[in-house]
Design a protein around this ligand. Structure first.
Ligand code: SAM
Length: 246
């Protein structure tokens, strides 16, 4: 039987392509790409002439069935997305799950992912972190997640589109407080890479003066022990007061 390769590709800088990624893409029978036009540039650059087919959010179930049929018949298929690691806020997860159900082997070819690049260069603790991907677009759902994040003590990593950056920073400042530190990582591995360390409060001013452009990852400090401690103390004091009043 064939198998599936989930192949990570660069998130900007083409030099981040791995030797193994190039070889696997060259040797595969078929490449399932999120956007075939977009991936054409990458394949051309690395002289990869493997046929391509579109596999994206909108055809993922039907297409996965068809791809599984081909792998059952012996084909080796490589899945790539527009950038970074398949399955990380990108198609790939569904296909992988269906391969497991069909008894087809899956191999990930590791490489760039914006989450790892951002968290490791953020200057914030990265031993433990919580990857939130994109916050929900639905207002109520977004609020629910922000409510959950109030008690998160791990560093948090969030992906955001430029046109939603200001609103998300404002929502985060409201939920976590303006004093909370963060690193805004922009255009990682590219020519205009920038990492801005500031507080959530300062970030509102910062982006009032600049139009957000390019790709962003927000790396936010988790809730500190001091903060948890002082909140607990306030609660105890309140409880104490209540018991005295009874
Ligand atoms: N699969 C990708 C990965 O492994 O990181 C993520 C794909 S997701 C659809 C795209 C989002 O990832 C962007 O909106 C941005 O938040 C983040 N991203 C991707 N490339 C980036 C880069 N070079 N710099 C900063 N953020 C990036």
């Amino acid at each position: 039987a064939g198998c599936l390769y989930l192949v990570a590709t660069p998130i900007g800088n083409l030099e981040d392509m791995t030797y193994r990624a190039v070889r696997v893409l060259q040797e595969a029978d078929l490449i399932a790409a999120e956007d075939t036009r977009d991936s054409m540039k990458l394949l051309r650059h690395f002289e990869i002439h493997t046929p391509m087919t579109a596999y994206h959010e909108f055809n993922k179930i039907d297409k996965a069935r068809a791809l599984i049929g081909k792998m059952r018949a012996g084909a080796t298929i490589a899945c790539i997305t527009d950038a970074g690691t398949p399955g990380i806020s990108d198609p790939g997860e569904e296909l992988t799950r269906m391969c497991y159900e069909a008894g087809i082997s899956v191999y990930a070819i590791p490489g760039p992912a914006a989450v790892i690049t951002a968290v490791t260069s953020s200057g914030l603790p990265c031993r433990r972190f919580a990857f939130e991907a994109f916050l929900p677009r639905d207002k109520k759902e977004k609020k629910r997640i922000l409510e959950e994040l109030k008690s998160e003590s791990r560093t948090m990593v969030i992906y955001e589109a430029p046109h939603r950056l200001r609103q998300t920073l404002a929502d985060l400042a409201e939920a976590l407080g303006p004093e909370r530190k963060l690193t805004v990582a922009r255009e990682l591995t590219k020519k205009h890479e920038e990492k801005a360390r500031m507080t959530l409060g300062q970030s509102l001013d910062y982006y009032r003066q600049r139009e957000p452009r390019g790709e962003y990852v927000l790396v936010i400090e988790g809730k500190s022990w001091e903060e948890t401690d002082s909140e607990d103390r306030a609660r105890w004091e309140e409880m104490d007061l209540d018991s005295h009043m009874q």
